[in-house]
Design a protein around this ligand. Structure first.
Ligand code: MG
Length: 243
């Protein structure tokens, strides 16, 4: 113990004497120069290098899980889930990314809990950030809006009200797999809902399972997927930046 303290003191002394010889320039660098990204004129709109996945006009960037044209509707700049027509995914594949997506829950009708305004943003088609109406709609907290489904409840309920647009900004670090598909780095996510952090660098335990425990299966870049959970959830202004 005493030896350790002695060595620490010697170490600090060595670092201090070394730092004393440094100039400010020793810790400044000039290359590589970060690329210029022109921010959008209005907050929430895509910056210059974003891949715009839905600009309100059509679903040309999307397909069904069978690779067919999606049957979700597009009207007035919004896309709406047509219940029973299935999930849709991007034609393009993504890894680490920044994602912006806005959604609106349909009128509740007689539905409650997981049946009310359920959809999902599936990062890399595997990891679900829940989309759900949280307007006076109790459910299990690790399945509410802002949750990483059945893994992590949100830090706060930042949902506003049924019928109002909700805004997700997502920062995604894809899992990394090594030889033989061995997990080297788990996925990590930060989620901001309506300007409020609801997931703060949460480290995922694997895919988000409905039944059973999460687990990782090796994969590379994957499409972004949106869920058809039987309710007519509406989306708009979807863009993504590769990181
Ligand atoms: Mg869902």
């Amino acid at each position: 113990m005493h030896k350790q303290i002695f060595l620490s003191v010697i170490g600090l002394f060595a670092i201090n004497s070394l730092s004393a010889q440094w100039t400010p320039k020793n810790t400044e660098w000039y290359a590589p120069v970060p690329p210029v990204v022109k921010p959008a004129a209005a907050p929430g709109q895509p910056p210059s290098d974003a891949v715009v996945l839905f600009d309100g006009k059509d679903l040309s960037k999307w397909e069904t899980l069978k690779g067919e044209e999606p049957k979700w509707t597009v009207e007035k700049g919004e896309m709406t889930v047509v219940p029973g027509t299935g999930e849709i995914r991007t034609k393009e594949y993504f890894g680490d990314c920044q994602l912006h997506i806005e959604f609106k829950s349909p009128k509740p009708g007689e539905y409650s809990g997981q049946m009310r305004g359920n959809s999902g943003v599936f990062l890399q088609s595997i990891y679900e950030l829940q989309v759900l109406d949280a307007d006076d709609n109790p459910t299990y907290v690790n399945g509410m809006v802002g949750s990483i489904y059945k893994q992590s409840a949100p830090l706060a309920n930042a949902y506003t009200r049924n019928g109002a647009w909700q805004v997700y900004d997502v920062y995604w670090k894809a899992p990394k797999f090594g030889t033989g598909g061995k997990l080297e780095e788990p996925a990590m996510i930060t989620v901001v809902l309506n300007g409020v952090v609801v997931q703060n660098n949460y480290v995922l335990q694997g895919g988000t399972e409905y039944i059973g425990l999460p687990d990782y299966k090796a994969h590379g870049r994957m499409p972004l997927m949106l869920q058809d959970h039987g309710t007519a959830v509406v989306f708009r202004n979807i863009w993504i930046r590769n990181l």
